[in-house]
Design a protein around this ligand. Structure first.
Ligand code: BGC
Ligand code: NOJ
Length: 820
């Protein structure tokens, strides 16, 4: 069953009924000002940091679901009926409801009793404001007198404190209201704590003269009432309340009288502004906000033409970004994910990391080291300058041991002490991310950029040195089998081999009760080989041949160790635990085989030459693959294991305990392309491709346009149900798997490589790829069943599969690829 459909031409998903299984959300904002918005206008906004600069409130895990949001009520002043055109919160039975989630904007439209409403929500580029452009149309054959009440609930900045510290917060709220002044826009200002150390405030403006306003929640709603029936809306008149403590909100009341067929547009602006500390007040000795710098912006964006122009700008911005890679394949699901939604999700994930979604409350964690480095693999081609900055920021949170803070706060860019370090895979991802950046941009200068350790001035070394220390970090931490020590955890945060926690509620992520000198990770072994190969290639390109050889030797040695100590007969082991016992082995009762080491080891080239890779992949297929994707391990852990930690805390089939943890599936897709199983790679790709799963939305439940982190595995009664959509490394890795390995358009240090591994029943595909200043028009045609490649550039045959830059010397070329 579907709840909407894809409009690929307009790059929108159109939801046709408001009661989706879960709120289906979208993101507003692209640089500093961000928001999430659901298909019924639920959600919130923040400036830069979802925890520390929360602008508006949202109640996670609340009843009713998905409260509160950007609600704009209507009231028919002739009969007193009132409703929400976004369905929530009044949940009125609407005609013609639709929600169009597009790239950086959402448009919700509906009709009720002959009044059509449409609201377009978006954040203009380079602005700290969001626009709600309301269009109301009278489709009746009589005049309509309608009241419009906007509403937003302000958060008192620090979202954590806002949700907890009521003894103080009920007494700090302050607003300023400017309405009814000739020649000035009607604006509500939220200025809690502006009197003291905050130099920022929020504002909520309206393009039309208001009839009234409210800023105190209780006045607007009425005591013991809810957002579903605010007293002000049901009575049809604002109370002009001024918040003084309690819960500041913003609500404007605008009255419109529309002739039959008449339409009117009204613009609301919600925004954030910072003033210089010494120029906060106007006049200086007063307590009144200085609005001189802000008012011109408000005036500008309250103009309809400007709104339209900004919307066009936003569309062009996305056209440019998505234009970097466009493909036309025989599979519409592949096309729409690669061309639109997967790329979009990669950008959003880059912007948000794991901070703010329907599942991430914005107060949990900052930017993860391993998360951000992997996210980079998916967005580097779309925002190379921002990728560059991200790499240097990440490097600055490394420690001088080469280890890294597991997370850092985006506002301060400082490592997070509460979580600390010792996740032993973390630093290796920096090598992969940097190498991906170099392959995309050829910006070798980044390796000379200085970055400090632990953000300490005076400790700066070139990025290249950071990478060397990243690899050395593993070599300095080898265990009894000469495999890398796992530390707190590797990629699988929940395989906690040194935790041994018996305290209820103790964090698995931060507790370490064992000294960590025994538990080893085969996964990190594979990752180390992969990273060492990348490093060796970098060194070679830099002419550092001896160093390149050193890294090749390390890779060789680790490969040998993994094949000796980490091969279980038919697949790669997962780890050795604190007692030196095998994890992920045929000798285990539960958790016999894990997906992660199969993926990463084969991607690193292990087992390719001796058939072991194929053997392991066959076992994955036999033991882990389900119609909904490949589960993380089997058999699931049926009880809590002290020596394994959080992984066994989840009921079987959920999260790391044998769900389809989507992040890992593309590793297997890539591995399958490496052993020439193209059909199976595509099959796996389609099993978790959200667009392919659209028809089972009632089972999948999450948005059909973005990847979720997990789909319940076969051990769960809810097998096939997705969870934790949007912010997941799944986005980047699927993008890499489909574009670089299945379609085979793969940046390398020497140029763009074209090595398609497409299914046998495809007769080809075409693509355009902008890469290092050149537009490649690629056409791939199948002449035989295999993946043998022969290439012509502008008609001239090329030796090999890499399009060298020196060969080209043009800014647009046609690349013909014949597969046989
Ligand atoms: C989740 C992991 C996550 C970790 C760190 C755990 O509870 O299961 O998926 O990586 O928390 O936030
Ligand atoms: C989600 C976390 O964000 C990521 O860092 C981790 O690798 C996976 N969960 C698997 O545990």
């Amino acid at each position: 069953m579907q709840f909407g459909f894809f409009d690929d031409i307009h790059r929108e998903y159109i939801i046709q009924r408001p009661d989706t299984p879960l709120p289906w959300i979208n993101y507003l904002g692209s640089q500093s000002y961000f928001g999430i918005i659901s298909n019924t206008a639920g959600g919130y906004s923040f400036y830069q940091d979802a925890r520390l600069r929360r602008l508006t409130r949202y109640r996670y895990n609340n009843v009713p679901l998905d409260m509160v949001g950007r609600y704009i009520y209507r009231r028919d002043n002739q009969n007193g009926a009132f409703w929400s055109p976004s369905w929530q919160p009044t949940c009125t039975n609407l005609q013609e409801y639709s929600c169009r989630h597009g790239l950086g904007y959402t448009i919700i439209a509906s009709t009720f009793q002959g009044i059509r409403n449409q609201t377009r929500y978006f954040v203009p580029l380079n602005q700290n404001i969001e626009i709600w452009e309301v269009e109301i149309e009278n489709q009746r054959d009589q005049r309509a007198d309608i009241s419009i009440f906007s509403s937003i609930e302000f958060a008192l900045w620090d979202a954590m404190d806002d949700a907890a510290n009521f003894q103080r917060n009920f007494s700090t709220g302050q607003v300023e209201v400017n309405v009814g002044k000739a020649g000035e826009p009607d604006v509500i200002y939220h200025k809690t704590e502006y009197r003291e150390r905050r130099d920022h405030f929020a504002f909520f403006a309206c393009s039309e003269p208001v009839t009234g306003f409210d800023t105190q929640r209780e006045s607007f709603l009425g005591p013991y009432r809810s957002w579903a029936n605010p007293v002000v809306v049901s009575e049809g008149s604002s109370l002009n309340s001024i918040a003084y403590g309690w819960a500041p909100i913003g609500s404007h009341h605008v009255k419109v009288s529309l002739a039959p067929g008449e339409k009117q547009k009204i613009i609301f602006l919600l925004g954030y502004h910072e003033n210089p500390r010494d120029d906060k007040f106007d006049p200086p000795e007063s307590q009144t906000i200085n609005k001189r710098n802000l008012l011109p912006t408000i005036r500008r964006f309250l103009k309809k033409d400007q709104v339209e122009a900004s919307f066009e700008e936003l569309k062009n911005y996305w056209d440019d970004i998505l234009g970097i890679l466009q493909v036309e394949t025989p599979d519409p699901h592949t096309n729409r994910m690669v061309n639109i939604w997967n790329a979009y999700q990669c950008m959003i994930t880059f912007n948000m990391s794991r901070s703010a979604s329907f599942y991430e409350s914005g107060i949990g964690r900052g930017l993860g080291f391993r998360d951000s480095t992997q996210d980079l693999l998916g967005f580097v081609q779309m925002a190379p300058e921002r990728a560059r900055q991200r790499l240097l920021d990440l490097a600055a949170t490394q420690l001088d041991t080469g280890g890294a803070y597991h997370q850092y706060q985006p506002l301060t860019k400082r490592g997070n002490n509460n979580v600390g370090s010792n996740f032993n895979d973390d630093p290796l991802w920096l090598v992969l991310a940097t190498s991906a950046y170099l392959k995309e941009t050829g910006d070798w200068g980044i390796l000379d950029e200085l970055a400090p350790y632990d953000n300490q001035p005076g400790t700066e070394t070139p990025l290249f040195d950071h990478l060397q220390r990243s690899l050395q970090y593993t070599l300095d931490r080898l265990g009894p089998h000469q495999l890398p020590l796992i530390g707190r955890a590797d990629w699988n945060d929940c395989l906690n081999l040194n935790t041994f926690s018996t305290e209820p509620g103790e964090s698995f992520q931060t507790t370490t009760n064992m000294d960590g000198k025994v538990a080893e990770s085969v996964f990190i072994g594979g990752l180390f080989v992969l990273a060492s190969h990348e490093m060796a290639q970098l060194c070679q390109s830099l002419g550092k041949n001896e160093l390149a050889q050193t890294y090749m030797d390390h890779a060789k040695q680790m490969t040998k160790t993994v094949m000796q100590e980490g091969w279980d007969g038919s697949w790669f082991l997962r780890a050795y635990d604190h007692y030196g016992d095998k994890i992920g082995s045929k000798t285990c009762e539960e958790g016999k085989i894990f997906i992660e080491p199969q993926g990463i080891c084969i991607m690193a080239g292990l087992g390719l030459s001796d058939g072991k890779a194929i053997q392991a992949l066959d076992e994955v297929n036999k033991r882990l693959a389900t119609p909904h994707g490949i589960v993380l391990q089997q058999p699931a852990f049926s009880r809590y294991y002290l020596n394994l930690g959080e992984i066994s805390s989840y009921p079987p089939g959920y999260k790391e305990n044998a769900s389809i943890f989507c992040h890992t599936n593309p590793w297997i897709m890539i591995a399958e392309t490496m052993v020439g199983h193209n059909d199976l790679a595509m099959d796996y790709y389609q099993r978790i491709n959200p667009s392919c799963r659209e028809q089972i939305s009632e089972m999948h439940r999450c948005e059909p346009y973005v990847y979720p982190q997990m789909i319940a595995g076969r051990d769960a009664p809810t097998h096939g149900e997705a969870k934790n959509s949007w912010l997941t490394g799944t986005a980047a890795w699927n993008f890499v798997a489909i574009t670089q390995w299945i379609l085979g358009i793969r940046p390398t240090l020497d140029g763009l490589r074209i090595s398609p591994a497409i299914p046998t029943n495809w007769d080809g595909f075409s693509a355009t790829r902008h890469y290092q200043g050149i537009k490649y028009n690629i056409s791939v045609k199948r002449a035989g069943k295999g993946s043998q490649v022969s290439i012509k550039i502008d008609g001239v045959p090329l030796k090999g599969e890499v399009l060298p830059y020196s060969f080209v010397e043009k800014n647009e070329v046609n690349v013909e690829v014949i597969l046989s």
